[in-house]
Design a protein around this ligand. Sequence first.
Ligand code: ATP
Ligand code: ZN
Length: 295
Amino acid sequence: MVTDRLRIALQKKGRLADDSFALLKSCGLRFAIRGGGLLARVKNMPIDLLLVRDDDIPNFVANDAADIGIVGENVLVEEQLVAKTKLDADIAMRLGFSRCKLSLAAPDIGMVKSAKDLDGTKIATTYPGVTAKYLSVRGIDAKLVEMKGAVELAPSIGIAQSICDLVSSGATLEANGLTAFETILESEAVLIRSARDLSPAKADLLAKLMNRIDGVIKSSETKYIMLNAPKSQVAAITALLPGSDAPTIIPLAGSDDLVALQAVCTENIFWETLEDLKALGARAILVLPIEKMMS
Ligand code: ATP
Ligand code: ZN
């Protein structure tokens, strides 16, 4: 690409869009998404956002319409499988949001109960690439009915005996009398890029952006915990803290046997952990979010 502004392809509208925008904003990018524009300019950095349908993102990155992109892994894998030649677009980083599964599902009352029953049946899907690969790897002889949407209706109108579709909570399946019986692919949002060399300026900017994304992801999972504890229990309490390094121990004014303990926990702290800490004698337990991290 001739411009020296880093171009990021993003879903314009849909289930990936808001979290993608929020992630970039947390990384310090300032921009506004308005109306029907295809390009949004980042005001404080040499970055442009290309706002498109998610299915186009892998191809745009592969064909140099964008330098990098944020897309569901499910879409990346599908576009790779249906492409005539291998797309030059690979995962540079996993982003941890938009988690979902591509699953096989069938009517609760029907002949298909498991993958073993699929031979000779029809499967409706918007993911022909991934579904066909699954069938061929297992030697299952089923026909695909390719649809562009509303796949969950296919069994009830008699055009297929099962479906292969995205599932997150399972509510849509349930509402249509369907049950998932096999997961084909687990997916989350991923940052993709091509193997092309970027200009030194863009490469620097991308490295900086990825560093910030890493910091945002880590800090969202990381908590700061503060508590008071009997000195005798410090070792037992430290052992309970999920993913923490050596804690800071501070004497408490006017107390010989109590200390204040502070630690960064890189994993989620659940209510159960707090209850266990309390049982060991910890008091005044505070769990605080961490806004930014850089190591
Ligand atoms: P487009 O108009 O851009 O083609 P779409 O209708 O294909 O959009 P969406 O429904 O917005 O796609 O989903 C985009 C991506 O979000 C999916 O490919 C998947 O990676 C992820 N996703 C899908 N369903 C969910 C869900 N229920 N929860 C979280 N993420 C999901
Ligand atoms: Zn799409």
